[in-house]
Design a protein around this ligand. Structure first.
Ligand SMILES: [Zn+2]
Length: 475
């Protein structure tokens, strides 16, 4: 009877809700665009070294193919390969009108982003958490009518290199965590990608920019400390892709589709070339075989695939937005249409198995081991890791916690998912214990009073035994 009552109390406490859990972990996901896995090897980076000592370092991480900015960032936010989340390119395009929009304008094309896969902000918010984003690709869009509750999108022609603005943004995000109670924030920096493109990954300018990144990492950690967040905030720093040096005319024979015998742009109704080392073509009706056969073998460093024949490991085939013919070039080569129009010294967009495309990964915070170096893993696995630390149920995704679980301290590895249920269990147990104490006392008092009445009736004037007195006193 008592146990039944106790269980009822336990159930009642769990459905009525317990006080907010004070132990919930927070996550800050930072991307430094184009930070290749080995950029800290030829530059003095005391702050990144300190972060590795205080946390976890991966040898490298493998981004999804296509190794470009918006698609790869959306994989970080969703844990899905690009063919599954549908943001297949930096550029929105319409094959009927042949209209294309560049990277920045594409950020505001809602249907390009909102096509069935939810980013972690929305999932977290639907499960009662608070999420924010600053400049992270995908921030401008809404998803099934919802947006990140605190967000900031960079203005057009934003200066992505300004170190003072970087620090202001870091402080702003720490304020969101502390003052607005956010649990998750994604924060984006547009470097060292810009410098890597302009000057090449082996340039002194790129090394200087990595020093700026390093100083900023030190500043971010200092700011977290100043805001009193270090015991709850986990910081993950990663990137969307690496960078590779472009071979120029004179050194190599460049790939120019127009010059390939048997190929004609008049056989395609839409093309997406002159965008680094990748390209896609939509042949006119009945021209697919002709276009494919002309290009296949057209250049020793050009790879030509029909969409359905793409290597499965690239996960870049099963989506209606991907065009019927896909082209990619070996590292160092670009795919030009009529003539070279790209003059960057560094590029990305290559096969994600190329070492130059691998990205950087560090993590620090109460959920992570200290001074631990782990082997490589794919960036699809970062999403389930973040969901686990936050204690939220992930959406369907292509990653797995097993790829990163060894980074987590034991309590975080096993208990974070139960973060919501633990407080209720404790409250329920306390209620049951309290209930049993009350019942015990009431029953004892009842017994004492009964004895008293019996003694009165029998005319006894003996004092009560000491044991029973003390029990009564404890009421
Ligand atoms: Zn990028």
């Amino acid at each position: 009877m008592l146990w039944t009552a106790g269980l009822c109390l336990l159930w009642a406490s769990s459905i009525l809700g317990a006080p907010a859990n004070k132990q919930r972990q927070k996550v800050l996901l930072i991307s430094f665009d184009g930070f290749r896995w080995d950029y800290d090897r030829d530059v003095d980076t005391p702050n990144l070294d300190k972060m590795a000592k205080d946390g976890v370092k991966a040898l490298y991480v493998t981004p999804p193919y296509l190794t470009v900015t918006s698609p790869s960032h959306f994989t970080l936010l969703t844990g899905r390969y690009i063919e599954n989340h549908g943001v297949i390119h930096n550029m929105w395009f319409n094959t009927t009108t042949t209209e294309k929009k560049p990277y920045y304008q594409t950020q505001f094309v809602n249907e390009w982003w909102d096509n069935g896969t939810l980013p972690i902000w929305i999932t977290a918010q639907r499960q009662g958490l608070k999420a924010g984003s600053l400049h992270f690709p995908g921030t401008a869009s809404s998803y099934q009518g919802q947006v990140a509750m605190v967000r900031e999108v960079e203005p057009l022609l934003y200066n992505y290199k300004n170190e003072t603005a970087w620090r202001e943004n870091a402080d702003k995000v720490m304020g969101w965590f502390r003052d607005e109670g956010l649990d998750f924030v994604s924060l984006y920096f547009g470097e060292p990608d810009g410098t890597g493109h302009r000057h090449g990954p082996d340039s002194p300018q790129r090394r200087e920019m990595v020093k700026q990144v390093d100083r900023t990492v030190g500043y971010i950690r200092h700011s977290a400390e100043q805001h009193g967040l270090t015991d709850r905030l986990n910081i993950i720093i990663t990137s969307d892709h690496g960078m590779s040096t472009v071979y120029r005319k004179g050194l190599v024979e460049e790939i120019t589709l127009f010059k390939i015998p048997g190929f004609s742009f008049s056989d395609v109704s839409f093309h997406l070339v002159d965008y680094g080392p990748s390209g896609m073509l939509l042949p006119k009706p009945g021209k697919l075989e002709k276009v494919y056969n002309a290009l296949k073998g057209g250049h020793p460093h050009l790879h030509v695939y029909k969409k359905e024949e793409m290597p499965e490991c690239l996960h870049f085939s099963k989506n209606d937005r991907i065009l019927p013919i896909i082209l990619w070039a070996d590292a160092g080569y670009l795919i030009n249409g009529y003539f070279p129009v790209q003059f960057n010294k560094g590029e990305h967009g290559f096969n994600n198995q190329e070492m130059d495309m691998k990205a950087f990964f560090r993590a620090v915070g109460p959920s992570f081991h200290k001074n631990l170096e782990v082997g490589p893993f794919e960036t699809v696995n970062i999403y389930p890791l973040m969901c686990h630390i936050l204690g939220i149920q992930p959406e369907v995704n292509d990653g797995h916690l097993n790829a990163t679980r060894r980074m987590l301290v034991t309590s975080a590895a096993t208990q974070a998912a139960d973060v919501n249920s633990l407080p209720n269990v404790f409250t329920g147990l306390a209620a049951v214990a309290g209930f049993l104490v009350v019942v015990f006392i009431v029953m004892t008092s009842h017994k004492v009073l009964k004895n008293k009445r019996q003694r009165k009736r029998s005319g006894s004037s003996e004092p009560l035994p000491e044991k029973e007195m003390s029990k009564q006193t404890s009421l």
